[in-house]
Design a protein around this ligand. Structure first.
Ligand code: ARG
Length: 557
């Protein structure tokens, strides 16, 4: 809408101003009574050294076009009213001809690599990993909608000194059967015990260091234990991904880079970037803590593996962008990583981006895996699904496929609760609030959409023509929201912010529900079809918004 008007104004000004320049000046008036868009003439007044009201008056006369109904001058402002029916018809035509592809950009042949979720094996899947999973998955969907090819990578935390500790702990206290039954919980138990014991038995740490060296050196016993830990953990993680409906193109975790580390260290040496510091090898950086590359005993670190991973991904995929969706407590790590890549002369460092996020809180406190006391994600999800089921029992006890719907609603609630907030904010995890059908929730959107489908069925709606012959005054706001869907997706991609789509879909649903509350839809006359066309278009966009966020949209609720 803004672009259309900007084109007309730019033309009227003899193209002295580009469409983008003009577009950035156009405002949306606070009240609908002031028009659909307003153009303030202060900037032009300065340039042409004339009073803004005079400019407004002269320019207004040159503003006309198919979609414009009326142009009013109010002091320095030109207020423009669109021809609502004509405008709405074009929007509806676009939505119906493209359906779920509305707002999509053509394939651009470029790749975006997204490193997300990335839990640590033999440890519980934390709330932080849940956030990364949900945000990363949405960003991958949004990237695809923008024409990119998304590569979803799960950079498993499956390597590091902690596996030396785990191997020692297993040999001392491990119970094979118990671990097979309940891998992550049991492995965590012996890992915690290791730390308690190590406090008064320093020798344990020495043993662990040796065990990890053995593992890195390819010792068969250590390797087979590690493989067992990995397999058992992955089985548990995969259940979570299945529930959340998330998939990956690669599970190449830290261990995958084990045999690629020497060449990175070699390259750093050859480029003269490696320096010794208290026996360890580091890369010094400007205004930043040095990046630790190898320890005294030659063992590699998290950062070394990330360096190898970044270079590998660059060579393997040549992506246009490399996103790392990881909590903001790792900001320094990524700054160091990108700085080292830059020092190595890799220009792709410019295309690497850390996409940080805040914490998940319960009753104002961090939900975390403190010593032995674990909030198990699987339990939390089960609880949410139960709460959703209770709501459904109350609202619609005769619903078929109740369990399936409760699943979609419970999980949708968790995902939306996360994504509706700007990702840097900490978010509160309140099951009651997030499954509420009337709040700013996923279930509210799902419910709005399901209600539209019921309405379409009741009204025997079948799409026959994509014209629009009537537009109720109350539907105008909804039409304007629908028109802006493509630029909303673009903004969500540019700012790496699924929240933009989440907030947008709330606004769209609210505006439609307001229209619906004030209008009788099922009137058995030609107007019924016109209204149902709008309802149907809204459902197409709501479903697509939910899909982008990673949320299912049941047709009945
Ligand atoms: N496994 C890490 C953790 O749980 C996250 C890994 C993020 N990705 C990366 N390439 N560093 O903290």
């Amino acid at each position: 809408m803004k672009t259309k008007l900007a084109k007309i104004i730019s033309l009227a000004l003899g193209e002295n101003y580009s469409v983008t320049e003009i577009e950035s000046l156009i405002e949306t008036p606070k009240h609908a009574g002031l028009g659909d868009l307003a153009f303030p003439c202060f900037t032009l007044a300065k340039k042409y050294k004339q009073p803004p009201s005079l400019i407004a008056k002269e320019l207004a006369e040159k503003i006309h076009g198919d979609f414009i109904d009326e142009v009013r001058v109010e002091n320095a402002y030109i207020n423009v009213f669109f021809n609502q029916l004509q405008f709405a018809e074009e929007v509806i035509k676009n939505v119906f001809s493209q359906k779920e592809h509305y707002g999509e950009k053509p394939k651009n042949g470029q790749k975006v690599v997204l490193d997300f979720s990335s839990p640590n094996i033999a440890k519980p899947f934390s709330m932080g990993h849940l956030r990364s999973t949900v945000i990363g998955n949405a960003l991958a969907n949004i990237s695809e909608k923008q024409g990119y090819n998304a590569i979803r990578i799960n950079h498993l935390g499956d390597w590091g000194t902690q596996f030396g500790k785990l191997i020692v702990a297993y040999k001392l206290w491990g119970n094979k059967e118990a671990i097979e039954q309940n891998p992550i919980e049991e492995l965590l138990k012996i890992y915690v015990k290791f730390h308690e014991e190590a406090e008064h038995n320093a020798d344990l740490n020495e043993q662990a260091r040796q065990a990890f060296k053995d593992l890195e050196g390819g010792n068969i016993e250590a390797a087979s234990l590690w493989e067992w830990f990995l397999g058992a953990s992955l089985k548990e993680f995969e259940q979570i991904y299945k529930v959340l409906g998330v998939s990956f193109d690669s599970f190449n975790g830290e261990a995958f880079y084990n045999d690629k580390m020497q060449s990175v260290v070699g390259e750093l040496t050859a480029k003269g970037l490696l320096e010794e510091s208290e026996g360890a090898m580091v890369v010094k950086l400007d205004n930043m803590t040095p990046c630790l590359i190898t320890k005294k005993d030659g063992a590699t670190l998290y950062a070394t593996r990330d360096l190898a991973a970044a270079i590998y991904r660059h060579k393997e995929y040549s992506p246009a962008k490399l996103f790392y969706i990881v909590g903001n407590e790792q900001s320094l790590h990524f700054k160091q990583l990108f700085a080292v890549l830059k020092k190595m002369g890799y220009e792709f460092a410019e295309h690497c981006e850390h996409i940080p996020f805040g914490m998940m809180l319960k009753d104002g406190k961090k939900m975390s895996t403190r010593k032995g006391k674990v909030v198990l994600l699987a339990d939390v999800l089960t609880e949410t699904i139960e709460a959703a089921k209770k709501n459904i029992e109350e609202k619609n006890p005769n619903l078929e496929k109740k369990d399936e719907v409760a699943n979609d609603v419970g999980i949708g609630a968790v995902i939306f609760n996360d994504l509706k907030n700007d990702r840097m904010n900490d978010i509160e995890f309140s099951i009651e609030k997030m499954v509420n059908f009337e709040g700013e929730t996923g279930p509210y959107l799902q419910y709005t959409n399901a209600r539209i489908h019921t309405l379409l069925t009741k009204g025997n709606f079948a799409l026959q023509e994509d014209t629009l012959n009537n537009l109720d005054e109350e539907a105008w706001g909804t039409i304007k929201f629908m028109e802006s869907f493509p630029i909303v997706i673009e903004a969500a991609f540019t700012l790496a912010s699924p929240a933009i789509i989440a907030k947008y879909s709330l606004s769209l649903a609210r505006s439609f529900n307001k229209y619906y509350a004030n209008t009788k839809f099922l009137t058995n006359d030609p107007l019924q079809t016109e209204r149902l066309k709008i309802a149907y278009a809204v459902s197409i966009i709501l479903e697509e918004s939910l899909r982008l966020l990673g949320i299912k949209a049941p047709k009945e609720m």
